[in-house]
Each structure stands twice: as C-alpha cells, then as structure tokens.
Design a protein around this ligand. Structure first.
Ligand SMILES: [Zn+2]
Length: 148
C-alpha cells in the first residue's frame, strides 16, 4: 500500500475510536502509521526491520516513554499493525514476526501501488473521519469556496 492508502486505512480503523479518545491522539496515531516506511528513507532493506511486530512494539513503547500516555501508545501500536497487515495483502513477501521468525508471507492480492485500491481506502478513511469526528466540515467547505 502507498502512503496515502496507509493513512486512509488508519483513518478508517481509528476514526470510530474518536468517541473514546481525543482527536490529537487519533491524529498522532494516524501520522505514525507511515513510520514503518522509514526504511525507504534510511535505505534499509525494505520491509525487513520496520515491518514487524517488534518495530510496532518499540515505536509504541517509545511513544509511551515520551508521552506517559498508555492509550496513545496503544493507538500507535494499532496504527502500525494496520500498516503491516495492509502490506501483507500486497505482492512483496516479508517477515511480520521478525526477528522471532524469519518466515515470509504475502497474500499477493494486489500491488502496493494499486491506484484504485489506495484511492478507495483513502476516501473511505476520509469518510470515516468525517462521520465520526465532530468537526464542522460545512464551515470548512464554505471557507474553501471563498478561496476559489
Ligand atoms: Zn510499508
């Protein structure tokens, strides 16, 4: 899945939790859903060190140590696990249990850069966020039309 697809999936999964958690925590967790793809920036072997439950747990522990907020760390863990599960649906095999197991998996349902799937998931995520958040989107759209 590409970056926007991952953000859409995190919005889709985490937005219903807005009834329970504050907006900032949800948005921080959504932003950190793309953290596993830091391997591309750091030029590490793609999906080896950062696409597994160990990385997800370490980031969540880091968030907890920084924020002292257990639930924020839990949301970040969920968000990164969603990234890993979404990438498991694509073609490239990787080991989600690394370093405990080096067995690689891929469900090969679609290419990670599939435009239709990434766009659909992003739109569903935005719709989920619009539905579950109490933000006034009508005011936002009014302001937007003034700019055009
Ligand atoms: Zn990824």
């Amino acid at each position: 899945m590409n970056r926007l697809g991952h953000i859409g999936l995190a919005l889709l999964i985490l937005s219903p939790l807005l009834a329970k958690f504050d907006l900032n925590s949800i948005l921080i967790a959504v932003a950190l859903t793309i953290s596993p793809d830091i391997d591309l920036v750091l030029r590490l072997e793609h999906r080896k060190y950062t696409h597994n439950i160990t990385f997800a747990s370490l980031v969540a522990i880091g968030v907890f140590m920084f924020s002292r907020n257990f639930w924020l760390a839990f949301l970040v863990l969920l968000s990164i696990l969603a990234h890993i599960i979404a990438d498991l649906l694509t073609l490239q095999k990787f080991a989600p249990l690394y370093p405990f197991s080096k067995k690689k998996y891929a469900l090969k349902l679609f290419k990670s850069n599939n435009t239709a799937i990434n766009t659909a998931v992003l739109l569903l995520g935005i719709a989920s966020f619009a539905y579950f958040s109490n933000l006034d989107f009508s005011a936002f759209l009014r302001d937007l039309t003034k700019l055009i």
